[in-house]
Design a protein around this ligand. Structure first.
Ligand code: F6R
Length: 245
């Protein structure tokens, strides 16, 4: 794993966006998997702007969403679907045939998981995984204690995730279950980019970087990844024993 510390969130976003664009240029038929949330938001906007401006060919890429809140409709502004469409897929000009997101309104959760597993398997695994880190150390909706060999699955969201998740919604919603790409698939991604920023993420990062790696704190599993890149800002790095500048 490589740790890169940037001064502030915009610097981190520029760095992350550059890495994503560079990846697409080097592997134009890549399978890219994207988290949503505050951490990658600006980076996604920068990726979309750059791709449009430079006319980067994304026609052979395939894009998948890392996770979704079960039961939340895609037109809800707090859904992962809405987020990716709004900040990345729409502005970048991704065709509907080039992407797959979990259907949060499904009546057949097992089929949804199978659908995602099949896409990932058929493409030989995820090429670039872009993830954030939850306040409980989760990656996607792989909550602490998730089986390291898990494939796409439905997860019961823990209290921290449900509480923190309220920030994405303008109204009160029930977000007790999520559907997510599994830990195995995340860890098998050829490159794993994780992002975190702000003071509140400092204790989360400390555990991810300095604690013994394990599923009790899923983000710490990036330590085991040969091509894992953890991009954070100085605030998120502020509790690390070794200061990386
Ligand atoms: C969302 C997702 C989550 C977030 C995490 C951090 O698609 O995968 O695991 O990445 O909860 O969220 P932010 O970036 O909002 O702090």
């Amino acid at each position: 794993m490589e740790l890169r510390v940037f001064e502030k969130y915009p610097d981190l976003s520029i760095g992350a966006a550059a890495m994503m664009i560079n990846y697409i240029e080097r592997k134009p038929d890549a399978l890219l998997c994207f988290a949503t949330g505050d951490s990658p938001k600006l980076a996604y906007q920068l990726v979309a702007e750059t791709i449009k401006r430079e006319g980067t060919d994304i026609s052979k890429c395939f894009f998948i969403g890392l996770d979704e809140w079960l039961g939340i409709s895609p037109d809800n502004t707090g859904s992962c679907h809405y987020f990716l469409q709004q900040y990345l897929f729409g502005p970048m000009g991704v065709e509907s045939s080039q992407s797959c997101l979990f259907d949060a309104m499904t009546t057949n959760e097992e089929e949804e998981c199978k659908k995602m597993n099949k896409i990932i398997a058929e493409r030989g695994g995820i090429d670039l995984m872009v993830a954030g880190i939850g306040m409980n150390g989760h990656i996607g909706f792989n909550e602490p204690g998730t089986d390291i060999n898990s494939m796409a699955h439905v997860a019961r969201l823990d209290e921290i995730t449900q509480e923190v998740g309220k920030k994405y919604f303008t109204e009160e919603v029930a977000i007790s279950k999520g559907i997510t790409v599994g830990l195995k698939q995340v860890l098998q991604a050829k490159t794993l980019l994780m992002m975190a920023s702000g003071k509140k993420k400092a204790p989360v990062i400390k555990r991810a970087v300095e604690e013994k790696t394990g599923t009790h704190w899923p983000a710490s599993l990036i330590q085991q990844h040969a091509n894992g890149v953890l991009m954070i800002d100085t605030e998120a790095a502020s509790e690390l024993v070794t200061q990386f500048r």
